[in-house]
Design a protein. Sequence first.
Length: 112
Amino acid sequence: MKIIDVEKTEVTPNPHGVAARKIYDAESAQMVHITLKPGERLKKHVTPVDVAFYVLEGKGIIEIGDEREEVGQDTLIESPAGIPHCWYNESNGVLRVLVVKAPRPSKPTRIL
């Protein structure tokens, strides 16, 4: 059994400049834990694989393609491969999101 303590996992450098921790990385899938402080956001980008976002804590705005929605804790959002998407934390609290990419991307994410 392998147990990962997210808080003890190093922040992975990323073009968004936010706290992102890669907590699972296998050929079949990749999982990243993202923390956005108030006022932080992800840059609009395109992922070459399907992505599922699960909101662990807080509220945020998710933008996928032409759709934009405020979502909160215990919400799952699907984002198809190749569609531009981004996150915004316009709240006064922390937003924590679990990102699941399946399969693990073989091409890099493209920042727009």
